[in-house]
Design a protein around this ligand. Structure first.
Ligand code: MD3
Ligand code: FE
Length: 220
């Protein structure tokens, strides 16, 4: 039995909670972040004061519609030179804000629940979607170690996540992600194409009209 195979009791427990396995190595943990929401938003305030959300520019010269910032030892950045992880925030020449303990612990617990032992993320990318914002189908390939999973935390207004296959042409399934949902992706699922449909207008008490997504990665 591989590490992704749950026994009947474990599976029953997850179904009970509304969680599901999207495919080998990709597990949705419904509401997993809800217990920590207050601490998460407090930490987000501190992070975005030091490293404000900003619209990065693609190598092709287009302004991205998702606003981004980072915390942790490394941050994902994009500019006319390309995409990369960098220890320095290009906006201020300083290190990115520290990854708060509540973030690190949440990511590690979620990874463990999904069968990934001892996940040590050193980067947390923070994405903000305003209504109408989408993220086109892509693979996450800037990280050095594809054996490490990625953990994603959805906050605020809902979005429809697109979950494709290993080839761009594989037709994606649609997975609604709500406030507090956490997904862990690794193993065979790590290099699947994925994206986000244009976010519908909405309101959430903690984010206003936006959706926020945190992704925890072992960048380097
Ligand atoms: C599956 N973010 O930042 S999170 C990204 O909702 C990104 O902001 C989306 O895709 C968002 O790169 C989706 C879910 C996600 C993140 C990383 C993955 C799914 C993934 C990496 C590999 C496979
Ligand atoms: Fe991605």
């Amino acid at each position: 039995m591989d590490k992704f195979t749950l026994n009947l009791f474990e599976e029953a427990e997850l179904i009970q909670m509304g969680s599901e396995i999207l495919c080998t190595g990709a597990m949705v943990l419904r509401g997993f972040a809800l217990c920590d929401e207050t601490a998460i938003f407090k930490a987000l305030d501190t992070i975005t004061i030091a490293a404000p959300l900003r619209y990065m520019v693609t190598p092709g010269g287009f302004r991205m519609s998702v606003a981004m910032t980072n915390c942790g030892s490394y941050g994902w950045v994009s500019d006319h030179n390309g995409y990369r992880y960098d220890a320095i925030d290009p906006n201020n020449g300083q290190s990115w804000p520290n990854m708060p303990d509540v973030f690190l612990h949440l990511a590690r617990r979620a990874a463990l629940c999904a069968g990934f032992d001892n996940f040590i993320p050193n980067a947390c990318l923070i994405n903000r979607y305003e209504p109408g914002t989408r993220l086109s189908l892509h693979q996450d390939k800037n990280e050095c170690d594809f054996d490490a999973p990625i953990v994603s935390v959805s906050l605020g207004i809902p979005a429809i996540f697109l979950w494709g296959g290993l080839r761009r042409a594989d037709r994606p399934i649609r997975v609604p992600l709500l406030h507090g949902d956490v997904v862990a992706w690794g193993g065979a699922a790590r290099l699947h194409y994925h994206g986000v449909l244009p976010v519908k207008p909405g309101y959430h008490a903690l984010t206003g009209s936006c959706r926020i997504n945190l992704t925890f990665r072992k960048a380097i």
